[in-house]
Design a protein around this ligand. Sequence first.
Ligand SMILES: Nc1ncnc2c1ncn2[C@@H]1O[C@H](COP(=O)(O)OP(=O)(O)O)[C@@H](O)[C@H]1O
Ligand SMILES: [Mg+2]
Length: 245
Amino acid sequence: MAQLDIRGLEARYSDLTVLDGINLTVERGEIVSLIGPSGSGKSTLLRVITGLLPPRAGTVSVGGEMVNYADRASLRRAREKLAIVFQQYNLFGNMNVLRNVMVAPVTIKKRVRAEVEADARRLLDKVGLGHKLDAYPDELSGGQQQRVAIARALCLKPDILLLDEVTSALDPERVGEVLDTIKLLAAEQMTLLIVSHEMAFVREVSHRVVFMAEGKVQEIGPPAQIFDAPLMPRTQAFVSRIMRH
Ligand SMILES: Nc1ncnc2c1ncn2[C@@H]1O[C@H](COP(=O)(O)OP(=O)(O)O)[C@@H](O)[C@H]1O
Ligand SMILES: [Mg+2]
C-alpha cells in the first residue's frame, strides 16, 4: 500500500487548469522529488494534497484511506498523517524555539506536554539547534529558522513530510545546512515528497524524480534517468537548461 496515492488529480484556479490529470504514488520510506519550471503546478499539488485547495477531479489516498476533501473528519485524518514545510518558515515570533516546536502538538493535538517536550528537544538536537531552545526566531539565521520549522513539522509525527522549496528563501551559504538536515531524515527512511530547485541534492537523495510541466507529470524515473537519460524531449530541454548553470 502506497503512503500517498494520487490518481487523475485535477485542480483549477478559477478557469485556469493548474493540475491536469496527475498520477503519482509515494511508497513508505520513499523519497520522491518534484522538479519542473516555475508555474508547472508543483506547489499547487502539495496544496491540494494537504487540503488547502479542493481538487476538481481525481482522488488522493493517504495511508490507504481516500481523502474526502469536503468532509472535515476525513480531511483531519489525512492532515494527521501529513506535515508540510514551506519556503517561508512562518515561526511564531513571540515564542522561543522550544515553544514553536511544541505549540501545535500540545494545543491542537492535545498530547501530553512532557512527552512533547522530550520529542521537541530530541528533534531540535537532531536539526543541530539543541543549544538554541531559548532563542527567539529573530535571533536566528534563515537557515536556523528553517531547521526549527522542520523540527516543528516532525514533532507532529507525520507519516509523510512535504517540503516546498524550503531552501529558496535562504542565503546561499545557509542552503547546505538545511539540505544536510533533510539528508538526515532521508537516511532514517522518512517518507518525503520534496519540491526543490537544488538539482544536485535532488539527484543525491531521491529514489524517484517527477518532472512536471504545464500541470502534468511529464516523466517519472530514478535520478539517473531524469538527469542523464531523460526519455521525453520536454524533460531533456529542462534538464539541459538547468544543468548549464
Ligand atoms: N492563488 C493563486 N491564484 C491563481 N493562480 C495561481 C495561484 N497560485 C498559483 N497560481 C497559478 O497556478 C499555476 C501553478 O502555480 P504553482 O503551483 O505555484 O507552480 P510551481 O510551484 O510549480 O511554481 C501558475 O500558473 C500560477 O500562476
Ligand atoms: Mg512553487
